[in-house]
Ligand binder design. Structure first.
Ligand SMILES: C[S@@+](CC[C@H](N)C(=O)[O-])C[C@H]1O[C@@H](n2cnc3c(N)ncnc32)[C@H](O)[C@@H]1O
Length: 101
């Protein structure tokens, strides 16, 4: 990743819990609707912290499930579905806070 500041960039793939990148090698990290899918969001965020340069930037995007609206005649099931996803969103926010960024 040494030439990433030149704009050349690199593609790498792998498990976000153990990124195949050297420590402090990335200028930018973007996670768009990924944390809600991983087994350990806090571990992934720790990996993000590890690979980012000190002056790096991170962009995180996760849905705000509190604003989810399910329009179905079965109101109780719709509300249970919304509560379930809201709990996931809150757990993601907590993990983000405890990861220090
Ligand atoms: C909702 S998609 C978002 C995809 C992409 N960020 C986008 O904007 O289109 C969630 C992505 O998380 C990836 N993912 C889930 N668990 C992962 C893991 N442990 N390591 C790396 N990627 C993972 C999936 O492969 C999937 O592509």
């Amino acid at each position: 990743m040494d030439d990433s500041r030149s704009g050349a960039g690199h593609d790498a793939s792998g498990d976000a819990h153990a990124l195949p990148l050297a420590t402090a090698s990335a200028d930018r990290v973007k996670l768009d609707r990924v944390l809600m899918h991983v087994a350990s969001p806090s571990r992934v965020l720790a990996e993000v912290h590890r690979v980012l340069r000190a002056d790096g930037l991170v962009a995180l995007a996760e849905p705000d499930w509190d604003t989810l609206v399910v329009d179905d005649p079965d109101v109780e099931t719709s509300r249970a579905y919304t509560r379930f996803f809201t709990a996931i969103g809150q757990a993601t926010a907590t993990n983000r806070a405890t990861a220090g960024r």
